[in-house]
Design a protein around this ligand. Structure first.
Ligand code: GN1
Ligand code: MG
Length: 369
């Protein structure tokens, strides 16, 4: 669904107005929050009273919106009872409700708006990247005693690289020949990197070495609120995909989104390079808080995190291009191909960097040159 404005009933319930007859949406200043490729969100500012963030949950992606919200409430409740992390407060209506289903069967939820904050699209220095890595590391570490099996798998196989590879192969076999031709170089480059899928399968089959933990699964800087005045981290946001996951998910997504010199939507692939100072700041920051949690196997293969996530994102963008753009929001026809091309360029840069810098004794899963 492409929603350009929020549903009036959702606005009404979350603003605490019980009376549909008296409700006047003109009393609100409503601004769309840019950024998400899946869910749409708005900042709602009433003339009087608290501002909130209203979010429409995309049912095409999240088939069970109730499970998304249950996961959030479970994690939020655990976090507020004494743990070291702060998570955004859900807005309750009629007592204890936090998810609203409108007459068109669309699902809405709301969070207290945290004023005086901003979420950068791209890190403005290695120290901001490090602060983000500490934030997502602390998130998983703080939930170390939370039972991850309580969480529902809201998108089955979300960061399952074997499954993503199968989806890519299926898309390839059904793709429009014109699109396939245009994407040929990227297709071949991704096919020649199946070694990442091999490593993933090793992870999946060795639960003692690679246990599942609570992962955010969308750990990019755009999902962290920073204080506008002092630049400190206030809290992470966007918990749609909080699920049990492997060690590489959040670290890998941070590398993917912050160690890259350009936005993932950039139209000029020559601008895409790996910023090694950011890379090191992210890995070091993450290890600083996760060191005690990680197993020796995970620490040994910590540098696979970026390769796995960048590879997976390249596969996902390319798969969507081959499928005719049915998943990610696009602004122009080749956007998913450009996104996949950018991921591939970043991956190639990271591979070169790891080949150059990893000690000979460190085993790494990298494609043959
Ligand atoms: C999607 O919509 P957004 O930006 O929060 C996607 C992530 C991708 C990201 C790429 C549910 O997240 O997995 O990494 O786009 N979320 C889902 O920008 O597919
Ligand atoms: Mg997200």
């Amino acid at each position: 669904m492409t929603t350009n404005s929020p549903c009036k009933d959702a606005l009404r319930v979350f603003s605490g107005d019980p009376d549909p007859a008296a409700f006047d949406e003109k009393k609100f200043k409503i601004s769309r929050i840019n950024g998400g490729l899946i869910n749409y969100s708005w900042l709602v500012e009433p003339a009087t009273g608290k501002a909130f963030l209203l979010q429409h949950i995309n049912k095409k992606v999240f088939h069970l919106p109730g499970a998304v919200q249950d996961n959030y409430m479970a994690v939020w409740s655990f976090a507020r009872s004494g743990s070291a992390i702060r998570l955004p407060e859900p807005v309750f209506y009629t007592g204890n409700q936090t998810l609203f289903r409108d007459n068109n069967d669309n699902y809405w939820r709301a969070f207290d708006f945290i004023d005086g904050t901003h979420s950068p699209v791209i890190a403005d220095g290695p120290s901001q990247a490090r602060a983000t890595a500490l934030t997502f590391g602390r998130f998983t570490a703080a939930l170390g005693k939370f039972d991850p099996s309580v969480l529902q798998e809201v998108i089955p196989g979300f960061h399952d690289l074997s499954y993503r590879y199968h989806q890519f192969e299926d898309a390839l076999s059904l793709a429009d020949p014109f699109r396939k031709e245009k994407a040929n170089a990227v297709i071949e480059a991704l096919q020649s990197r199946k070694i990442y899928k091999d490593f993933y399968e090793k992870v999946k089959s060795s639960p003692a070495d690679y246990p599942k933990r609570v992962m955010h699964h969308d750990a990019k800087i755009a999902n962290v609120l920073f204080d506008k005045q002092h630049g400190n981290v206030v809290c992470p946001v966007d918990f749609d995909t909080v699920m049990p996951g492997y060690f590489f998910s959040d670290l890998g997504d941070m590398i993917r989104s912050m160690a890259c010199s350009a936005d993932e939507n950039c139209k000029d692939v020559s601008l895409v390079t790996l910023r090694s100072d950011y890379y090191n700041a992210i890995v070091e920051g993450y290890l600083e808080v996760m060191n005690e949690e990680l197993t020796p196997a995970e620490k040994k293969h910590i540098h696979q995190a970026g390769t796995l996530m960048i590879y997976m994102q390249a596969l996902r963008f390319l798969t969507d291009y081959l499928n005719g753009d049915i998943y990610y929001h696009i602004d122009y026809p080749e956007q998913n191909l450009h996104r996949a091309t950018n991921q591939l360029a970043l991956l190639t840069n990271l591979e070169e960097y790891l080949r150059r810098t990893l000690a000979k004794t460190e085993t790494a899963y990298l494609p043959a040159k």
